[in-house]
Write a protein that binds this ligand. Structure first.
Ligand code: GEK
Length: 242
């Protein structure tokens, strides 16, 4: 399915919470590349990190897969035999496009695409679980339980790859990072109106945590080592080992 340039917030519009609907799915690759600094690097390296931790006969889960970018990066790097890729997204428009993308790009690979809430999906026999920019959309009170279920579903030696927008405890650092993030969006062609309207639409939907909160919660879920492997402005990638 073709994708297009993101103009969703270009004209004045009523304040409605952001939703992963058909209009967003259509422009999603352009939107995320222009909004998340380092997105392409992080996704490419997700493939390498996943390949290093993949185990024969296991599953690799891509939770909040959107159009399947992380799954495709994994498939490009994976040499371990008998690994099933399981991509999950609860937005029907995303899951349908993800299924079409993965079928077309990976005709010979064992792939499942599931349209469901990641809080309801059973995680089992996993060597790698990927949560790239998804936990931030899960209700904060449900995040610890989800991480504990992921930990329980990972094989010993398995890995969770968690990428998130992050918040800062220091208000001055928060302001500096937000200003740089707005500069990044401006440099990618978004207008002041687009930046303002998208920020307002996401305010109640995307709730970032500080890195301290992430570390504490991952440890409480049972992960033994947590490495910060990626950082670009207010976005970070963590590798957590079972
Ligand atoms: C990428 N990982 O390209 N259950 C299932 N899916 C969910 C849930 C949930 N509870 N909450 C949100 N989603 C991708 C990008 S986008 C990030 C991930 C962004 C899904 C939602 O439908 C959307 O497709 C995805 O998580 C978040 O690396 O748009 O900033």
């Amino acid at each position: 399915m073709p994708s297009s340039v993101d103009k969703l917030f270009a004209a004045p519009r009523p304040l409605v919470d952001f939703a992963f609907d058909e209009a967003v799915a259509r422009v999603f690759p352009d939107m995320i590349r222009r909004s998340v600094p380092g997105y392409e690097t992080l996704i490419g390296l997700t493939g390498l990190l996943a390949a290093r931790h993949a185990q024969a006969g296991s599953r690799i889960y891509d939770l909040g897969a959107s159009l399947g970018a992380s799954s495709l990066a994994v498939a490009r790097c994976l040499e371990t035999p008998e690994v099933t890729l399981v991509a999950v997204d609860n937005a029907p428009a995303m899951a349908a496009r993800c299924a079409a993308n993965l079928r077309e790009a990976l005709p010979a690979r064992a792939v499942q695409v599931i349209c469901a809430d990641i809080r309801d999906v059973r995680i089992r026999n996993a060597s790698v679980v990927i949560l790239n920019f998804t936990l931030q959309f899960v209700a904060p009170e449900d995040r610890a339980a989800l991480l504990a279920r992921i930990h329980a579903g990972l094989r010993p030696g398995g890995a969770l790859l968690l990428a998130e927008k992050i918040a800062f405890a220091d208000p001055a650092e928060q302001r500096r990072m937000e200003a740089l993030h707005a500069d990044f969006k401006r440099a990618n062609g978004y207008s002041e109106l687009e930046i303002h309207q998208k920020r307002a639409a996401l305010e109640k939907v995307l709730i970032p945590d500080t890195l301290e909160t992430h570390h504490r919660r991952l440890q409480a879920a049972g992960f033994t080592a947590v490495d910060e492997w990626f950082r670009c402005l207010n976005f970070a990638g963590l590798l957590a080992l079972r």
